[in-house]
Write a protein that binds this ligand. Structure first.
Ligand SMILES: NC(=O)c1ccc[n+]([C@@H]2O[C@H](COP(=O)([O-])OP(=O)(O)OC[C@H]3O[C@@H](n4cnc5c(N)ncnc54)[C@H](O)[C@@H]3O)[C@@H](O)[C@H]2O)c1
Length: 399
């Protein structure tokens, strides 16, 4: 038997002597990762690294003592006998020779400085999205990543959500709806959560809402369009959230709602609708092709009414069978964070380390998600259409 996975029941097998474990035997981890930044998302990376199991978390670095305490608790849950190394400096965490990979999950405005040090190590790197808060910084990271001798993966893991993974397969591999012509995506969700130093309430730290949050969706749109964006127009406002929020005397300055339209080089047109004062998490993708229509929905509304959280429908008229399905992962994977997408992102990270092909987001894809996001932020501010070529540091064909 190859790689039997019974993780959902392994916890109940703790009473078994080692020699009696066959299906429940956990092979020893082959890689050690350090997590830089152990806030909400860094903790998810610790959990998912340990769940996935081919790697373990060796150590952490974070200047906030409470983030370190939380990291220790999660690590101890999965590995009660191994002590988590807590580094005193970023450089020590990055350059520890005991470690194979680095997971960077610090606030957005710190990514560039952390990456500059991290690439000196030659270790495998998983850098959280958004790659950076500006196109200039994202471009610097892109150049550092281009000839990097190890894995350099960007944390745009929504492509692994069950509904999007299936949509990608249907639309791009099976070509179930023919040539894609239009893309619509919307995200309706709760306001931004509290963060350490409330960095996500300020555009100068996060890049702005359309960079911080929506780079995920621009990545998906770029992927489905299979083309480069040429023009962006957006409107948006701070309609409801954080209108009276101040931190250290500074008022929040982030959008809570926006409409963004994107035109791609190949003629595909895309629209994105954001609302962050909805009492739920709801994402909806609609792709229209010349042979059919695909709709993917992920809905978490905290209501007792029974309906699937995930759905995918493909309707092709008289051309071929229609399908209405509910793509999903095992519950324990979906519950490990971001509907299971972080778990599959980690599978890809380790697979890439092992030289296997994956469809994890590259630095180039991360860069293009930032380009659309920054263009949209700029369009909201100026009220003008933004030509992507005007924002780029070099000929787009070379990027
Ligand atoms: N891929 C996703 O779906 C997803 C989801 C959430 C957050 N994120 C990204 O993860 C990153 C962290 O977000 P979060 O929600 O965990 O924020 P957070 O505020 O909860 O945690 C950030 C942590 O980084 C620490 N930190 C700050 N500067 C540091 C530095 N120079 N070195 C080491 N640690 C430092 C802070 O003390 C804090 O503990 C952000 O880039 C965010 O956009 C991605």
């Amino acid at each position: 038997m190859v790689n039997p996975r019974f993780d959902f029941i392994r916890e109940r097998a703790g009473y078994l002597p080692e020699q009696d474990r066959y299906l429940f035997a956990a092979p020893p981890p082959q890689y050690r990762f350090n997590v830089i930044g152990t806030g909400m998302n860094g903790q998810e990376h610790i959990k998912v690294t340990m769940l996935e199991g081919r790697a373990t978390v060796h150590g952490v670095y974070d200047p906030n003592p409470r983030s370190i305490e939380a990291a220790k608790r999660i690590h101890a849950h999965f590995s009660p006998t191994d002590e988590l190394v807590v580094y005193r400096s970023l450089a020590k965490a990055i350059h520890d020779p005991a470690v194979d990979g680095l997971i960077i999950s610090t606030p957005n405005h710190t990514h560039l400085e952390v990456v500059k040090e991290a690439v000196k190590s030659g270790k495998h790197i998983l850098l959280e999205k958004p790659m950076a808060t500006t196109i200039a910084d994202a471009y610097t990271i892109l150049k550092l990543a281009r000839d990097y001798p190890a894995v350099f993966q960007v944390g745009l893991q929504y492509r692994y959500k069950a509904v999007y993974a299936e949509a990608i397969h249907e639309a791009l591999v099976r070509r179930s709806i023919g040539n894609i012509k239009t893309i619509n995506l919307y995200e309706h969700r709760l306001p931004f959560l509290d963060k350490v130093n409330q960095w996500n309430k300020f555009s100068r730290y996060s890049g702005g809402t359309l960079v911080e949050k929506c780079c995920h969706y621009f990545d998906l749109m770029n992927l489905f369009a299979q083309s480069r964006p040429v023009r962006v127009y957006a409107t948006g406002s701070m309609a409801v959230n954080f209108t009276d929020f101040e931190y250290n005397g500074q008022p929040a300055d982030i959008l809570d709602s926006a409409f963004v339209t994107i035109t791609y080089q190949n003629g595909v047109r895309a629209g994105f609708n954001l609302c962050m004062f909805a009492p739920m998490f709801h994402e909806e993708l609609v792709l229209c092709g010349d042979e059919g229509r695909l709709k993917a929905v992920e809905n978490i509304d905290f209501l007792p009414a029974t309906r699937p959280a995930n759905s995918l429908e493909i309707v092709c008229g008289e051309k071929r069978p229609a399908r209405i399905t509910t793509p999903c992962y095992p519950v324990w994977i979906e519950q490990s964070g971001h509907s299971g997408s972080t778990y599959y992102e980690h599978i890809s990270f380790v697979d890439s380390i092992q030289g296997k092909p994956t469809n994890a987001a590259t630095a180039t894809e991360g860069f293009w998600s930032i380009v659309v996001a920054v263009a949209a932020e700029q369009s909201v501010k100026t009220g003008q259409v933004v030509e992507i070529a005007d924002l780029l540091p070099e000929n787009p064909d070379a990027l």
